[in-house]
Design a protein around this ligand. Structure first.
Ligand code: WT7
Length: 646
């Protein structure tokens, strides 16, 4: 049964704990007024976390996202800078794109898509480097009501093919090549390969590939399919009326890894997502007009969607788009860019901080960083040492550090320290490593494994009990998987997959995933995906993959591999398998450690006991626990003796 979300007194009726009662309530309809609606919604949330799960926000409202991110700023602020683009190579010129220019480019791109036959509701796959055209393309899709699926440019041809097939996309936007850390990435070639893979299966739905020229490299060309973006955009008008969209029309699909099976298409819809991205961007970062805001994520991840593109542009911010990496041409690159563009707000991932921390203070101190006002962290738990270094060295002890917890599924930040009402101050004491408090309107609970609510200071599983506008609505074309993944562990709650501790002050500390999802340098991967990449090599009989603590990446990939009879385990074979997994998924999935496993610890019913494999990978041999239920306890002895992580 659906129950309308209440914004006020209703919460008192459900017998909440005192802590919950003290959390601020919110009028989401009032929050929704921060964006421009063609038709204002009269209802806020309408949802049920019980099966059949259904989530709707602002359902009778109508709007257009590109209008909100671009057009509505034009009358008063056309000449303010929307995007600052900083190239991979500092010797190349950076770009400043005003809202007026952004409007022209988005309208043109929208007309190019229309001319290629893209219609409202069609899925458009984007496989692009961090160039301004990536932002134009995303906004162009929203302008005509097409649903974008951005695939991170580090993913392989195989991964792209799976994602194109899953959403049945008929158009792809890519670039000739990408540039990262001085290296070229053959994007167009990967797309060609992906389309060949799909054709071989009789599943190639793609009729057009729009190619943006980035490096000018010589690339293969299929004239019936491939079109140059610069040629097409010169032929179309720079006026394209924004398509009126219903609040619950799909906005984008973003594939993310789960604990089982193939990556799933997380579906976000139009009205709720935009309201939530804009609301949280303001609450957490306290953005003030004229400030330069820089989030170092890639548009291929949710952080890039919500906090490089949609949140900042809906809030008329100046948002920096960085093509490069923190260590090229040297490890001062971030700090040099901060000075060059006078960045005020800087938002990055713990893995980058840990890597840069290792280089010492000197590369940081070479630059002034005086413009900085606020620092943010996202993507994985930040260890207190990294948090303190970020605060003390990068922020010179004067900038608050906000640790923002959220997920692809949540659309925007749910737990973080926030700016005061006037956007000027943050809580005086910020604890290194704590995500702190839920945002107004977010109601987390900590449960034990039985589903009992734990009150006060406690550690357990993190769930959310009321919906919020930015919540994902479904797994694309697989609502059963959506219900199963998020709403079956604890009836009536959204289960995050994270462990969490709440301290006596009521601050939340995220302890990491409790499922088979890995977080490698802030990138999410399922153990099942990596395992299936391994076994797709004919020499591998069985693979079991777990995470282990890694100094820089947070987690590393540890793989136990059983070879087929007659295959000789050699160091060369390890290198080949490592290469194979990279090729199947992408470089982010490169296994760190491979251990030959003559046998894997299994229960008598044949289930692999990952708990034991995790302990061996973590080198915690003394706490292996009970192995007596194993079909063959002796395999553990071999794995312990030959472990590679001693
Ligand atoms: C998982 C979601 C949403 C941003 C990018 C990652 C972990 C994310 C934090 C944080 C501790 C964090 C969680 C979460 N995570 N931010 N501040 N502290 N853990 O999005 O790929 O969907 O991954 O990242 O484990 O479940 P994602």
């Amino acid at each position: 049964m659906k129950r309308p979300i209440d914004n006020s007194i209703g919460l008192f009726l459900f017998g909440q704990t005192p802590y919950t009662l003290s959390m601020s309530k919110i009028d989401w309809l009032e929050v929704s007024e921060r964006i421009d609606w063609l038709k204002k919604p009269t209802v806020a949330g309408d949802y049920s976390f019980h099966k059949p799960v259904s989530i709707q926000w602002f359902a009778d409202g109508e709007l257009n996202v590109s209008y909100n991110c671009v057009d509505r700023h034009l009358p008063q602020h056309a000449n303010e800078v929307a995007l600052i683009w900083e190239p991979d190579n500092p010797a190349e010129a950076s770009k400043k794109i005003t809202y007026a220019e952004l409007s022209i480019q988005v309208n043109r791109f929208a007309n190019v898509l229309k001319k290629q036959g893209v219609k409202k509701g069609d899925r458009v796959t984007l496989y692009l480097p961090m160039i301004v055209e990536a932002v134009y393309a995303m906004l162009a899709c929203t302008r005509i009501g097409a649903v974008h699926s951005v695939v991170f440019a580090g993913f392989s041809a195989d991964s792209i093919a799976n994602r194109i097939e899953d959403c049945d996309s008929n158009i792809v936007i890519t670039a000739d090549e990408g540039l990262r850390g001085g290296k070229k990435i053959e994007l167009k070639k990967n797309i060609d390969e992906a389309l060949e893979l799909l054709s071989a299966k009789g599943k190639n739905s793609v009729s057009k590939v729009v190619v943006v020229k980035r490096t000018g490299a010589d690339i293969a060309w299929t004239s019936q399919v491939d079109v140059w973006y610069h040629e097409e955009s010169a032929q179309v008008s720079d006026v394209c009326a924004p398509e009126p969209m219903k609040a619950e029309d799909p906005l984008f699909i973003l594939y993310t890894s789960g604990s089982t099976g193939k990556p799933k298409g997380v579906l976000h819809t139009t009205g709720g997502y935009l309201v939530y991205a804009a609301y949280t961007h303001e609450k957490v970062f306290g953005y003030r007009a004229g400030e330069v805001y820089w989030c170092t994520a890639d548009v291929g991840w949710i952080t890039g969607h919500s906090y490089i593109v949609y949140g900042p542009l809906a809030n008329r911010a100046t948002t920096l788009v960085f093509e490069g990496i923190p260590s090229y041409p040297d490890v001062s690159r971030f700090w040099q860019v901060i000075d060059k563009h006078q960045v005020n707000i800087f938002y990055t991932a713990p893995t980058a901080i840990r890597a840069l921390m290792r280089e010492g203070e000197e590369p940081v101190k070479k630059f002034s960083r005086k413009s900085l006002r606020l620092l943010g962290s996202v993507g994985e738990p930040i260890n207190p040492e990294a948090w303190s270094w970020y605060q003390r060295v990068v922020g010179d002890g004067r900038c608050p550090v906000v640790d923002t917890w959220w997920q692809t599924e949540t659309g925007g930040i749910l737990i973080s320290a926030c700016a005061s009402e006037d956007g000027t101050t943050y809580p005086e004491v910020l604890k290194p490593g704590a995500a702190t408090r839920p945002l107004a309107g977010i109601y987390p609970e900590i449960l034990d494994t039985e589903g009992k609510i734990l009150t006060g200071a406690a550690e357990g599983l993190l769930v959310i009990k009321e919906s919020w506008p930015g919540q994902m609505r479904t797994v694309y074309r697989d609502h059963a998987r959506f219900e199963e993944t998020y709403f079956s562990a604890f009836a009536g709650y959204y289960f995050t997959g994270d462990g969490c501790r709440r301290d006596a002050d009521g601050d939340y500390w995220i302890t990491g995933r409790v499922d088979d999802v890995l977080n490698i340098s802030g990138h999410r991967l399922g153990t099942a995906e990596v395992e299936s990449a391994f076994v797709s090599d004919a020499r591998v009989s069985e693979a079991a993959v777990v995470g282990y603590p890694h100094d820089i990446k947070g987690q590393g990939i540890y793989a136990y591999i059983t070879l087929k009879n007659g295959v000789t385990p050699t160091e060369e074979l390890k290198a080949e398998l490592r290469q194979h997994v990279r090729h199947v998924i992408g470089p982010i999935a490169t296994p760190d450690i491979i251990q030959w496993a003559p046998g894997l610890p299994k229960t008598r019913s044949g289930k692999i006991m990952r708990r034991i494999l995790r302990k061996i990978a973590e080198n915690q041999i003394e706490s292996l626990g009970d192995t007596s239920t194993l079909a063959d306890p002796s395999v553990v002895k071999d794995l312990v003796e030959n472990r590679s992580n001693k």
